[in-house]
Design a protein around this ligand. Structure first.
Ligand code: IMP
Ligand code: MG
Length: 175
């Protein structure tokens, strides 16, 4: 099986949009520090690109959960694999996600984090597929791009752990 990848959003456009979102965050959190929570592994690329463009004080932590396994269709089950290193009570927390699909992962994670009493809890995502949302209670404050119901790779997103390193967002076309 060979994969063909069609460029959906080129690298320059991704970076430009991350810059715009960073400017908005710098404005919204002026006078505060922000605690970024990167959801491993897919959000690593977006988190670092965003963090580099923030001028407010930044701290970071990482957590990992699984919802998909090796396939491309959500199983609807979320499992916490790695918890945060530090408490978030009283902090201004921004969760960073690569892509929101059904919202299943975030519905679970945002509930779990809200129970730890952060001063504020918001969500930023590189991509959103609103057409596939099941959990409408998941509110996204910062979205770089909304896309149609396509399976995408690159900028951290994978297909069976491959293609995370592509600097653009591509659509996987299998033949
Ligand atoms: P959700 O729980 O259905 O919202 O799925 C969220 C997670 O599924 C994301 O964090 C990704 O890891 C993965 N995912 C969803 N859509 C895609 C895609 O198009 N490409 C790669 N991973 C995806
Ligand atoms: Mg993910």
């Amino acid at each position: 099986m060979s994969d063909r990848i069609r460029v959906l959003i080129p690298e320059e456009k991704v970076n430009q949009r991350i810059g715009e979102i960073a400017a908005q965050i710098n404005h919204d959190y002026e006078g505060k520090s922000i605690h970024l929570i990167c959801i491993l592994k897919g959000s690593v690329f977006f988190t670092t690109e965003l963090a580099k463009r923030l001028t407010i004080p930044v701290t970071m932590d990482f957590m990992s959960c699984s919802s998909y396994g090796a396939g491309t269709v959500s199983k609807g089950i979320v499992k916490l694999i790695k918890d945060l290193d530090e408490p978030i009570e009283g902090r201004d927390v921004l969760v960073i996600e690569d892509i929101i699909d059904s919202g299943n992962t975030l519905a679970y994670l945002m509930n779990l984090l809200q129970d730890r009493k952060p001063a504020s809890l918001e969500l930023a995502t590189l991509l959103d597929k609103p057409a596939r949302r099941v959990h409408h209670e998941v509110k996204v404050k910062y979205t770089c791009f909304e896309i149609d119901d396509l399976f995408v790779v690159g900028c951290g997103m994978d297909a069976d752990q491959r293609y995370r390193n592509l600097p653009y967002i591509g659509v996987l076309e299998q033949d």
